[in-house]
Design a protein around this ligand. Structure first.
Ligand code: CU
Length: 183
């Protein structure tokens, strides 16, 4: 199978997984018990303020080379590339098989998403983080979003360009970044 065809097929699979995940979230949100269950069943976020950006965190589980995730084996995708300035909520859902997170960093000048230098720990400098969703079924920072779970955060963003990324070791280099423009 050609690389291009493989990408198309995986994209279709990811779309199906995303659709199934959305249905699962709706089912849980409308359930009578209010119980969110374990990390494998997803979790419903509260009503989020401002414009909402839904972020999909994913990886292709077994696609490893020498124990490391290969380049392009992970992804971070937002459901919109542009959002109005002001209150912006991020709802990050992990459709992958390992823990992920969402961090929001400003993009300076003509900087491009995915071009930050890696440190020795295979992470990028996140000291200028504006906020993150890295807790399972909760707002703000935590120990990471477990597979099947969601995390969320609400920020006040000025017009400009921003980068959404996952900064677990190796994940940025594996493709977990995306640009967001705030008007
Ligand atoms: Cu990640």
């Amino acid at each position: 199978m050609s690389v291009r065809r493989r990408v198309v097929v995986l994209g279709a699979v990811a779309t199906l997984v995303l659709a199934a995940g959305s249905l699962a979230l709706v089912g849980i949100a409308s359930g009578p018990s209010g119980s969110l269950g374990g990390s494998s069943t997803g979790c419903a976020a509260p009503a989020l303020k401002g414009a909402v950006v839904r972020v999909t965190l994913s990886n292709m589980g077994r696609m490893t080379v020498n124990g490391m995730m290969g380049t392009g084996a992970m992804s971070l995708r937002a459901d919109r590339a542009t959002v109005p300035s002001g209150k912006v909520s991020f709802l990050a859902t992990n459709f992958g098989s390992v823990t992920h997170e969402l961090i929001v960093l400003p993009l300076d000048g003509a900087g491009l998403a995915g071009s930050r230098p890696l440190g020795g720990d295979s992470r990028v400098d996140e000291s200028r983080s504006l906020g993150e969703a890295s807790a399972s079924c909760a707002a703000g920072g935590g120990d990471g979003i477990l597979p099947g779970a969601s995390g969320w955060v609400t920020l006040s963003l000025r017009p400009g360009r921003y980068e959404l990324l996952c900064n677990l070791p190796g994940h940025y280099a594996a493709g977990m970044y995306s640009q967001l423009t705030v008007d």
